[in-house]
Design a protein around this ligand. Structure first.
Ligand code: CP
Ligand code: NVA
Length: 312
């Protein structure tokens, strides 16, 4: 693994290894053991969109690993004034040990990786959100003790989250059912990729417009905002179209008795989810948010570390 641009580039073994390491780092952290695996290393964090979790978890993660993280807002660096990604990649590679980038176009993240000489981590694009899904997979694994064979239901917009969840479930052998309104389906490219990957893992992939069909007997029910960053103008129109896909007690009741509710956050109560579900006992949304820290530390150790897992 040289970069984390898309989850589809990872093997099942690599994902399980990252989850294992994340669980170990989490335990060390909670028991007060420091692990400065990235001592003296620096991560640049380029943000062209807002963030609470991604920014804070990467910054704290680097600190806990003995390294340093720089916040680089698009408005403050020369990319915002038209400097090319190619030049930016070449320059930043002379200073930094890794780059995390949150932006609009997936191709910009790929370009940064192509022209730079240091690892690049995708912190969300319009198309994918691999770091979030790694944290989600860790969370499911911790609670359910397995991934393979579970039924995962995603209900709502066929967006970046849905795409990376398709990849993540297909790679790890979870069965996934995605229910979206007509016209808001996942990109065909991502469905095709997941179907191809699933041939190896045995994961069953269901694409539907029927929310109840997706949620029926699911072990995990997941949703995300109906209007992603950059779609603010469509918010009201989407709210009308998406209402039948709201995860409320009635829809959630079709899942298994011990199903968990997940959401990458930020959440909009009363839209994609009701407060009785997201604030209810079966919701694990804050465990997911916490695991961003642990799993991204594992990713950074694997990408930027020298392979030595010694406490110093
Ligand atoms: N889930 C997530 O990526 O949150 P932020 O937008 O706050 O980083
Ligand atoms: N789909 C959302 C995810 C936020 C973490 C967005 O792109 O805004």
């Amino acid at each position: 693994m040289k970069h984390l641009l898309s989850l589809k580039d990872l093997t099942q073994e690599e994902i399980l290894d990252i989850i294992d390491l994340a669980i170990k780092l989490k335990k060390d952290n909670k028991e007060g053991r420091t692990h400065h695996y990235l001592k003296g290393k620096t991560l640049g964090m380029i943000f062209s969109k807002s963030s609470t979790r991604t920014r804070v978890s990467f910054e704290v993660g680097m600190y806990q690993l003995g390294g340093y993280a720089l916040f680089l807002s698009q408005n403050d660096i020369q990319i915002g004034r038209g400097e090319t990604i190619e030049d930016t990649a070449k320059v930043l590679s002379r200073y930094l040990d890794g780059i995390m980038i949150r932006t609009f176009k997936q191709s910009d993240v790929e370009e940064l990786a192509r022209f730079g000489s240091i690892p690049v981590i995708n912190g969300l694009t319009d198309d994918e959100h691999p770091c979030q899904v790694l944290a989600d997979l860790q969370t499911i694994y911790e609670i359910k003790g397995t991934l393979k064979g579970l039924k995962f239901a995603y209900v709502g917009d066929g967006n970046n989250m849905a795409h990376s969840l398709l990849h993540g479930c297909a790679i790890t052998g979870m069965n996934i059912a995605v229910a979206t309104p007509k016209g808001y389906e996942c990109g065909q490219k991502f469905i095709d990729e997941a179907v191809e990957i699933a041939k190896k893992s045995g994961s069953v992939i269901t694409i539907t417009n029927d929310a109840i069909e997706a949620v029926r007997d699911a072990d995990v029910v997941y949703t995300d905002t109906w209007a992603s960053m950059g779609q603010e103008d469509e918010k009201e129109e989407r709210k009308r179209i998406f209402m039948p896909y709201q995860v409320n007690n009635e829809l959630f009741s079709y899942s298994k008795k011990d199903a968990i509710f997940m959401h990458c956050l930020p959440a909009y109560r009363g839209s994609e989810v009701t407060s009785d579900v997201i604030d209810g006992e079966q919701s694990v949304v804050f465990d997911e948010a916490e695991n961003r820290l642990h799993v991204q530390k594992a990713v950074m150790v694997r990408l930027m570390g020298n392979g030595l897992l010694v406490n110093n």
